[in-house]
Write a protein that binds this ligand. Structure first.
Ligand SMILES: Nc1nc2c(ncn2[C@@H]2O[C@H](COP(=O)(O)OP(=O)(O)O)[C@@H](O)[C@H]2O)c(=O)[nH]1
Ligand SMILES: [Mg+2]
Ligand SMILES: [Zn+2]
Length: 297
C-alpha cells in the first residue's frame, strides 16, 4: 500500500493513506541496516500488519526529490519562515541564519511577518527595505484579524508542501488555523487547547498538516537559536547566501575579498552608502566570524 509519512515519534512513523487514514508503522529492519532513516514527507510502500488496530510496516521508501538536514524532512516544495512584526520583536540575525541554511539546501524560502496589526509606524517599511533584495518573497499577515493579508499567502501555498519554521509565539499555529478555516481537528493552537483544558499546545515534532485540499504544511518545533556550521558553509561560500552583495563584489579591490577587513571593499562601501542593509551585512559578518572560529587548525 502507498502512503506518506506525516509524523515520526520515537521509532513510530505515522503514514497517511490517500483516504486520510493514519497507520502507525514501524520501519523494516533493513533500513537501519543500510543507514536509511525514514523522514517526515517520505512517500512509502507499507504492509498492514494489524488491520483493526491500524498498524503496519514500512517496506520501501520512494526516491526523494529533496531532503533537508535541518529540519529533517523530505520532498518539500518550499520553506516558510515566520516571525512577528512585534511581540516578540523579530530577531533578524536568526532569520538570516535560517535563510542561509535553506539556500544551501536548495530550498526557496518565503518570509512571513505576522502580527502586522501590532506594527509601529515604520516597522513594515523598514522590514521591506531590509529584505527587498534578499531573494525571498515577503508576506505581512495578521492571522488573528480575520486573516488579514492571508489571501496572498494562501495563494503562494497552493499545490505545495511547505515546511514552516520560526520561533514560538509568532503565530504559526494561528496561521495554520486560519488556512484550515479553523477546522479544530486539523490544528491545535494555544487557544483551542486551552478551551479543551489541556494547556498550551507546543509543537515538539515535525508534522504534516493537510490544511486545505491543495495545501500541506509541515509544522516544526519553534527554535530559539540557529547555528550555521562549517559543514554547511565554508567562509568563502557564505557570501553566496547574500544575493544583495552580488552587484558590488566584482568591484572589490581583492578578488577573494571577504568584505570584512579588506581595503577598498565595494561591499562595505555599499553598506556605508545604504545600498546594502546594515542588518544583513551584520548577519553576514557574525556568521563569518562564527565559521572562522569553528575552523580547525
Ligand atoms: N496581535 C496578534 N496576535 C496574534 C496574531 N497571530 C497570533 N497571535 C497571538 O500570538 C500568540 C501565539 O500564537 P501561536 O499561533 O500559538 O504561535 P506559535 O507558537 O508560533 O504557534 C497567541 O496568543 C495568538 O493569539 C496576529 O496576527 N496578531
Ligand atoms: Mg505553535
Ligand atoms: Zn569586499
Amino acid at each position: 500500500m502507498y502512503g506518506k509519512i506525516v509524523k515520526a515519534v520515537s521509532g513510530f512513523y505515522y503514514v497517511r493513506m490517500e483516504n486520510y487514514t493514519l497507520i502507525e508503522c514501524k520501519a523494516k529492519g533493513s533500513f537501519k541496516h543500510n543507514d536509511v532513516t525514514p523522514l517526515v514527507g517520505d512517500d512509502v510502500q507499507f504492509e498492514v500488519t494489524d488491520g483493526p488496530n491500524r498498524k503496519g510496516l514500512i517496506v520501501d521508501i520512494y526516491p526523494r526529490f529533496n531532503e533537508l538536514k535541518r529540519p529533517p524532512v523530505a520532498n518539500v516544495d518550499q520553506a516558510m519562515v515566520v516571525f512577528a512584526v512585534r511581540n516578540p520583536n523579530p530577531n533578524l540575525s536568526i532569520l538570516d541564519r535560517f535563510l542561509c541554511l535553506m539556500k544551501k539546501q536548495g530550498i526557496e524560502t518565503i518570509i512571513v511577518f505576522n502580527k502586522k496589526d501590532l506594527a509601529g509606524r515604520t516597522d513594515i517599511k523598514d522590514l521591506k527595505k531590509i529584505y527587498k533584495n534578499a531573494g525571498c518573497k515577503l508576506y505581512f499577515t495578521a492571522a488573528t484579524e480575520n486573516g488579514k493579508g492571508m489571501f496572498f499567502l494562501n495563494r503562494q501555498l497552493q499545490k505545495k508542501i511547505t515546511v514552516m519554521a520560526g520561533p514560538s509565539g509568532v503565530g504559526k499555529s494561528t496561521i495554520l488555523n486560519v488556512l484550515s478555516n479553523n477546522n479544530e481537528e486539523i490544528v491545535q493552537t494555544g487557544s483551542i487547547s486551552e478551551k479543551l483544558g489541556r494547556g498550551k499546545h507546543t509543537t515538539r515534532h515535525n508534522e504534516i498538516y493537510w490544511v486545505q485540499k491543495k495545501i500541506q504544511i509541515i509544522d516544526t518545533p519553534g527554535f530559539t537559536s540557529l547555528l550555521v556550521n562549517s559543514d554547511d558553509y565554508t567562509r568563502e561560500e557564505l557570501q553566496d547566501a547574500f544575493p544583495e552583495f552580488a552587484p558590488f563584489k566584482e568591484q572589490c579591490k581583492f578578488k577573494n575579498c571577504s568584505h570584512i577587513k579588506e581595503k577598498d571593499c565595494a561591499v562595505k562601501k555599499a553598506v556605508d552608502e545604504d545600498k546594502i542593509p546594515v542588518s544583513r551585512y551584520n548577519s553576514y559578518k557574525s556568521i563569518y566570524q562564527e565559521l572562522k572560529s569553528q575552523e580547525k587548525y
